[in-house]
Design a binder for this molecule. Structure first.
Ligand SMILES: *Cc1c(COP(=O)(O)O)cnc(C)c1O
Length: 430
């Protein structure tokens, strides 16, 4: 596989950006080698600067549920941008996207658009603190909620990849307001509520944790969180930035049928452009400025081009059987991969929900907490990733990240992928 152009571009990028990238995991450090510079994408395929073609399962880390450069999304973007890209004044497109979402999601009544998942979560936390007049928040080891200060406490995603447990530059006093506990551990949550009685503003969780492996939780556990929050007048935040609109239009709230107090979204909602959103009951949302006294604003919030892309994408997601079909394809891919496994296989499993899948080198049948992941097993992922690239398959460059099947993946793609997995795993085993 030729990499000369990507290598040259990376050398140049290193002069401009720390580590040569604008987001850390992109640097390929956990898999080794040079990151590929992508030139174009169409449907389920991407092409790098050297002209190599790949079947893509990263999907820009989740947003591209229809695949790359979907015609309807591209048309909506073009049509909208011809009339101006931003006004800093309301446009009808914000109403249209809000209507589309709220008419099809019974778990939220009012929303606000922002420009990233990080911003959505940061704003939701401020809202919870403002609403409850409490300072402490409780989060879970192995859940990623973006890079705002109070949440960079033993977070997953890139941080775990680099073996750090936190970030420099976050004041100790902020960290003291964040309680971190293990997933799937009721006793730890009960203890936190006992120790910090009437001080916890919110419990925030990825209800389908998918940034540090895929750590599927039991419904009873999520219901336990719902109940203990209600008892303690603490708000329950579902961070659905990655799974929202991915495993169904109502995300994890709908999947588990649990009503959180605030939900955050991002990724898919913007059709590949930068959009985030948080929503809650009308009563809770009335605390947001200018109606209430919790301040939150954005120069490009509700950006018309991004709204148009979101409308185009979510309209497709609402079509009958959209999610069933994605899940069917994902199950097909997993079944095909299993049928290509080498006979003497190292510990290996694939976990999935909807169209999200996670490749894990483990003997375990269930993995529900970050501590259950064996860091040493990532050495197998390194080889797998490299060998898959050689065979035209692109996975996100970290064994802690999940993969996504999109609408554009064809049966031919999936069969080719499974065959490549068989060959790559054979090499990873040696
Ligand atoms: C991606 C993600 C975020 C951060 O979103 P950005 O758009 O990258 O700021 C927050 N929470 C979850 C669950 C995510 O998956």
């Amino acid at each position: 596989m030729k990499r000369e152009k990507s290598e040259a571009l990376f050398e140049k990028a290193k002069k401009y950006f720390p580590g040569g990238v604008n987001s850390p995991v992109r640097a390929f450090r956990s898999v080794g080698g040079t990151p590929l510079f992508i030139q174009k994408g169409k449907g389920s395929h991407i092409w790098d600067a050297d002209g190599n073609e790949f079947i893509d399962y990263c999907g820009s880390w989740g947003p591209l549920i229809l695949g790359h450069a979907n015609d309807k999304v591209v048309d909506a973007i073009k049509k909208t941008v011809e009339n101006g890209s931003s006004f800093g004044a309301p446009t009808a497109l914000e109403n249209d996207l809000a209507e589309l979402i709220l008419n099809n999601n019974k778990y939220i009544q009012k929303i606000r658009f922002v420009s990233s998942g990080t911003e959505a979560v940061m704003s939701a936390i401020r809202l919870a603190r403002g609403y409850t007049k409490r300072d402490k928040i409780l989060k879970f080891e192995g859940c990623y909620h973006g890079h705002s200060d109070s949440l960079l406490v033993k977070a997953g995603s890139g941080l775990v990849t680099f073996g750090n447990t936190s970030s420099a530059g976050v004041p100790e006093s902020f960290v003291n307001e964040t309680i971190v506990v293990s997933l799937n551990n009721e006793a730890a949550v009960k203890q936190a509520f006992a120790e910090f009685k009437d001080q916890i503003a919110c419990v925030i969780i990825e209800p389908i944790p998918a940034n540090n492996g895929l750590l599927l939780q039991r419904k009873e556990y999520l219901q336990f969180l719902r109940d203990i929050c209600t008892e303690n007048k603490t708000l329950l935040i579902f961070d659905e930035v990655i799974n929202g609109f991915r495993i169904g239009f109502e995300g994890a709230a709908g999947y588990y049928n649990i009503q959180p107090d605030i939900i955050t979204y991002g990724k898919i909602i913007g059709g590949g452009l930068p959009v985030g959103m948080y929503g809650a009951s009308a009563e809770i949302m009335s605390n947001i400025s200018p109606e209430g006294n919790v301040y939150q604003a954005g120069t490009l919030s509700g950006n018309p081009v991004a709204m148009a892309a979101g409308i185009a994408q979510l309209t497709e997601c609402l079509k009958p059987n959209f999610y069933q079909e994605l899940e069917r394809k994902t199950q097909f891919l997993i079944k095909e991969i299993r049928s290509h496994l080498p006979s003497s296989i190292i510990p290996f499993n694939i976990f999935s929900v909807g169209s999200i899948f996670w490749i894990a080198f483990t003997n375990k049948e269930v993995v529900r907490s970050a501590e259950e992941i064996d860091a040493d097993s990532m050495k197998y992922f390194r080889v797998l990733h490299k060998e898959l690239l050689e065979r035209g398959i692109y996975l996100g460059p970290s064994g802690y990240e999940v993969g996504f099947v999109c609408e554009a993946h064809t049966e031919e793609d999936l069969i080719k992928t499974a065959k490549a997995f068989g060959e790559a795993l054979e090499i990873a085993m040696k």
